[in-house]
Design a binder for this molecule. Structure first.
Ligand code: FES
Length: 235
């Protein structure tokens, strides 16, 4: 949790209407009777420079409280709101109305404190089904253009693949987060862990294993090599 130097005196939510995690936060702000200003953000986290200038973050939802405290990720935001603001007498009625108007809401929030249960992509599945016999190395870049500690995303053979350079060793994995399909190559790489820029899911770049949700499935892992000074991924 961070805080702005100067409190702005109003609750601000960086969000997008299509984001179910943003919706959870909007719903809770409504239940608590808190007025807020909603800031819409670009779809691509790489383009959220204005948001980053204001909050230090590019992932949504991000909430700036009236005292300047900055909180990210819906579960954490809901926990902070619960600690700071008492349940209002109107809250239950707002929840009942939400379910009445939009039954799909039950899928997003079976109870106010339960975790989000949303749709999940099947990223990587097509590759998993690919047989060893069919696999072949495909050139994704004419030179090794992934600097140490960096990641780059490629589109090759209909697959979105990310390549990470960890201490001089290259690792290739599915570039589509299995939560809501954000680009992992736009996220943060720390050691062998990549953190999705959208809602913070974490994956091990060496295996594609899921380390932390909200995603519930791993991403595909690919073999990668440098041959004839080109970067190649086995598809
Ligand atoms: S898209 Fe939600 S965590 Fe990656």
């Amino acid at each position: 949790m961070k805080a702005r130097e100067a409190a702005c005196g109003v609750v601000e939510l960086y969000q997008a209407e299509w984001c179910p995690h943003s919706h959870r936060v909007r719903q809770r702000l409504t239940e608590l009777g808190l007025d807020f200003v909603a800031h819409q953000v670009p779809v691509d986290p790489a383009e959220r420079t204005g948001m980053e200038r204001a909050t230090g973050r590019r992932s949504i939802p991000t909430l700036v409280l009236d005292d300047g405290t900055i909180v990210g990720a819906d579960d954490e935001i809901l926990a902070v709101l619960d600690r700071r603001f008492p349940e209002t007498s109107e809250a239950a009625r707002h929840r009942a109305k939400a379910v009445e108007e939009w039954p799909e809401w039950l899928r997003l929030a079976p109870s106010r404190t339960d975790g989000f249960v949303g749709s999940r992509s099947m990223a990587g599945r097509s590759s998993e089904r690919r047989s060893e016999a069919m696999a072949e190395f495909v050139t994704v870049a004419s030179s090794v253009e992934v600097a140490e500690g960096e990641m780059t995303g490629f589109e090759v053979g209909g697959e979105r693949v990310a390549v990470a350079n960890v201490g001089g060793t290259l690792y290739a994995f599915g570039n589509t987060c299995t939560h809501l399909q954000c680009s992992l190559a736009s996220g943060e790489l720390e050691g062998t862990t990549v953190t999705c820029p959208c809602h913070g899911s974490r994956f091990d770049v060496t295996t594609g294993a899921l380390l932390r949700g909200p995603a519930q499935e791993p991403v595909q892992s690919y073999r990668v090599r440098v041959a004839n000074e080109t970067l190649q991924v086995e598809l």
